[in-house]
Design a binder for this molecule. Structure first.
Ligand code: NAP
Length: 325
């Protein structure tokens, strides 16, 4: 029997790309997992979770919505740890307030209030993003090393109308001091753009950015992102819960690369695919920068190489029939 058997933990938004991997690793490690989903009757949302090793014995599905107050009370009562991963990921939202900001901010406070009310929760791991790190007005160039001391400025993001990044920044700000009066520790994970295999049948936003490239998009975006494998991200969440000394924020990026580099790696790897070598505009390429790995290494993160992550993404998209070649 694993030393974790008997320990009960909750994962919010469990059917999502990152959360599904967190659930898989927690089950592998012997935990009993309470997984929240908005619609447990939808097989697209739950079948892949119910098939995981250990699910029959130790996975329990709960219906919960971020915007419904009290929705998480009964789920987190009895849990030792809570992984709050649910939050909408849309890079182009028509109504940012209702589609992104409310579920991110009110949802986080809702989940955290339930944790604070509980008699059992000792640690909460929040899935934030490098989006809550990068935008502080300081220039980013190849020599600059971004680390956990950087905090995005919501006013800058509002000005740029970067509403997803705004929602993550404001949600993390609201989260950071929430438990100061409680005996609950908060650890925050700030992943870059996630790639790697999909467990869920639906396409998530970060995998869609790779699908677009391999599906014949005529141009690639003039954008530079940090990139990280979803398995490293899920593992970081589990380690952030298990390692007693873990605290504060953890940035996660294996490499920072412009889409031109992503397109080149994919072209070299899959020469039969028509992957565009044309940028969406004639502006200079958005510069790269560095993201510090030092703190994440203390969680034992392996940093799966970007090439491996991209190959895993494409093979997974192929297996799930999002692309046919
Ligand atoms: P995803 O696959 O789209 O998952 C998002 C999850 O949030 C879904 O399970 C969704 O539930 C849930 N959700 C959205 N609105 C909700 C609501 N009102 N009530 C309850 N649940 C709601 O996206 P993901 O990439 O795994 O992202 C998960 C987390 O990681 C998010 O917090 C995101 O900001 C963060 N993140 C992602 C990346 C990335 O590149 N993928 C990078 C950094 C951080 P339904 O299934 O019911 O829709």
């Amino acid at each position: 029997m694993s030393s974790n058997s008997g320990k009960v933990v909750c994962v919010t938004g469990a059917s999502g790309y990152i959360a599904s991997w967190i659930v898989k690793f927690l089950l592998q490690r012997g935990y009993t997992v309470r997984a929240t989903v908005r619609d447990p009757s939808n097989p697209e949302k739950v079948d892949h979770l119910l098939k995981l090793d250990g699910a029959k014995e130790r996975l329990h599905l709960f219906k919960a919505d971020l915007l419904q107050e009290g929705s998480f009370d009964s789920v987190v009562e009895g849990c030792d740890g809570v992984f709050h991963t649910a939050s909408p990921v849309h890079f182009a939202a028509k109504d940012p307030q209702s589609q992104l900001i409310d579920p991110a901010v009110k949802g986080t406070l809702n989940v955290f209030k339930s944790c604070a009310k509980s008699t059992s929760v000792k640690r909460v791991v929040l899935t934030s993003s490098v989006a809550a790190v990068l935008y502080n007005g300081r220039p980013r160039t190849p020599e600059v090393v971004v680390d956990e001391t950087w905090f995005s400025d919501p006013n800058i993001l509002r000005g740029l109308e970067r509403w997803y990044a705004f929602s993550k920044t404001v949600a993390e700000d609201a989260a950071r001091n929430f438990f100061s009066e409680y005996d609950i520790k908060l650890v925050i994970i700030n992943p870059a753009m996630c790639v790697g295999p999909l467990l869920q049948p639906e396409l998530n936003a970060s995998s869609a950015s790779i699908l677009n490239l391999i599906n014949g998009s005529p141009t690639f975006p003039n954008t530079t992102f940090g990139w990280i494998n979803v398995k490293d991200v899920a593992n970081a969440h589990v380690q952030a819960y298990e390692i007693a000394s873990a605290s504060g924020r953890y940035c996660l990026a294996e490499r920072v690369a412009h889409f031109s580099e992503i397109a080149k790696i994919l072209r070299d790897m899959y020469p039969t695919l028509q992957i565009s070598d044309k940028c969406e505009d004639d502006e200079p390429f958005m510069p790269t920068f560095q993201v510090s790995k030092e703190k994440a290494k203390s969680l034992g993160i392996e940093f799966i190489p970007l090439e491996v992550s991209l190959r895993e993404t494409v093979e997974s998209l192929k297996e799930k029939k999002f692309v046919d070649f």
